[in-house]
Design a protein. Sequence first.
Length: 346
Amino acid sequence: MTLITALKLELPIIQAPMAGVQNSALAAAVSAAGGLGSLPGAMLTPEALAAELGLLNATGKPYNVNFFCHRTAAPDLQREQRWRKQLAPYFAELDIDPQTIAPAPARKAFDEHSAQLLAKFRPPVVSFHFGLPQPALLRRVKACGAQVLASATTVEEALWLQQHGADAVIAQGLEAGGHRGNFLSNQLSRQSGTFALLPQVLAALDIPVIAAGGIADANGVKAAIDLGATAVQLGTSYLLCPEATTSPLHRAALVSPDAAHTALTNVFSGRYARGIVNRAIREQGPDSPYAPAFPTAATAMGALRAAAEARDSSDFTPLWCGQNVSGAAPIAAGALTRQLASALSR
């Protein structure tokens, strides 16, 4: 039984979970259209996550809830001080007292509280980024009846996920926007584009494979399905939909000529993620030796972002975006979902 059949999906389209630019409204719209909508849970408080899961359960449609599985780095005061020294000219420019900077919103790894929520709401699909949770926690997820998806950026990661309990693997190509899902190696040279990675992962695995990264339209979806992908996961194409909470500054960047220039950078969170090149990436990255480990780099950068955005500037905003923005359009998410699947009947 394929993932699509098991979930009774009409369309092999998965909307990528995108923390910071969506809530359950986008996920619900995609699921209502016959695809699989996704809710990012990593930046939500337990109360907010419970409320969002309640809304999705009320639709009666299948959906996915996504969590991070990173190991939280121990505080490194020395590195944080070096980072703030590096950013000091920006603090002065934007009239920020570094002593007043509050911690950035947490990016929470999957834990006991998350497992308790899943036991209550029993989502049909749970996906993970940066690996899988500890075996005991993963068993609890599966005991809820959920299909478990997880991201891989290499064949080695895909095999590891299959061996450790994933029901399907998301093959995330280098073109994908937002955070890379890598967890066995931080070497970008080990990662490849979607249509180089996908056939290798398909050949190596016995479980369903989902294609992700740089796919933006119906022809790209059809190409991935024709290669053997069970489904295609897309994020960037949904960023301009009215159901997304993408900020006006981010929306403006997505329709500007600058959207064609993206880079993988660690300056916003301390971990590689792809976004539109802006001042922060040009001047401090894309790969900064000063940025603290994920997710603590976001504390100082978050203060710069807030101050700059108050002045209508996206100089320090993480403008997450994949390499192919051509499919993004300000149309309803349901219509976009059906459009993305339209070539499959040819």
